[in-house]
Design a protein around this ligand. Structure first.
Ligand SMILES: C[S@@+](CC[C@H](N)C(=O)[O-])C[C@H]1O[C@@H](n2cnc3c(N)ncnc32)[C@H](O)[C@@H]1O
Length: 214
């Protein structure tokens, strides 16, 4: 079963997938948006805020390496699983979820991430708090935001990405319409505040995609 899934992924995207356990979200719908919208033809790099074990990062690197090798994948994470203590209304604790994911495969998040993404030539890792770090890119074609889940972080991370997003570029936000109702509400506010700049909003599972007008 594992082999069949791997072969399907390779056939579809043209490179071998990282281990399934390293990609928490399931980045295939994200890769499909990049492919379908041909975001690799736009100016700008790719930004990911919140990488956890790096499986999604490796998938973004693999796709961009094939489609636009000069683009960089800028991966931002604080690599401190205890930092986000956001609780969902039904009692999910982000820090506990991350600790449990990491403990199954190693003891140090950054070490696991480095192993999963080893050798990716287009990867730039920025370690630190997304509210404080400098993003080393002026223009972005695609961003995926899945870092700290407090409303002020969702807002801040979106503004960081959106202010650099080129016309036609897309920002994806995880946890839209899921258990974290404050994330959903914040995404609604952001869509309203940027309504004049937005061409289109759509969802795939619990990811909201927001495309800048051309
Ligand atoms: C839900 S996980 C990311 C999952 C990943 N996108 C995936 O699907 O495999 C959230 C990540 O955000 C990171 N994080 C939490 N607060 C952060 C902050 N203030 N700045 C940067 N990263 C943060 C955590 O360390 C964790 O790795």
């Amino acid at each position: 079963m594992h082999r069949i899934r791997e072969a399907r992924f390779r056939r579809r995207y043209g490179f071998a997938p990282p281990p399934a356990w390293a990609d928490f979200t399931g980045y295939e719908p994200i890769l499909d948006v990049i492919e379908r919208e041909r975001l690799y033809l736009l100016e700008g790099d790719v930004l990911e805020i919140g990488v956890l074990l790096g499986g999604g990062t490796a998938k973004l690197c693999g796709l961009m390496k094939r489609r636009a090798p000069s683009k960089r994948v800028i991966a931002v994470d604080i690599f401190d699983p205890a930092f986000d203590t956001t609780q969902s209304p039904i009692g999910y604790d982000m820090a506990a979820i991350y600790a449990s994911q990491i403990s199954r495969v190693g003891s140090d998040q950054r070490a696991v991430f480095d192993q999963i993404t080893a050798g990716e030539p287009n990867l730039v890792v920025v370690e630190g708090d997304s509210a404080e770090v400098e993003i080393p890119a002026e223009r972005l074609a695609f961003s995926f935001i899945d870092g700290h889940h407090a409303a002020e972080y969702v807002r801040g991370d979106f503004e960081t990405a959106w202010s650099r997003t080129v016309p036609g570029g897309v920002v994806g936000l995880h946890d839209y319409g899921g258990d974290l109702s404050h994330v959903t509400h914040t995404v609604h506010e952001l869509i309203g505040e940027h309504a004049d700049e937005i061409a289109r909003v759509w969802t795939e599972g619990i990811i909201a995609f927001i495309q800048r007008g051309r």
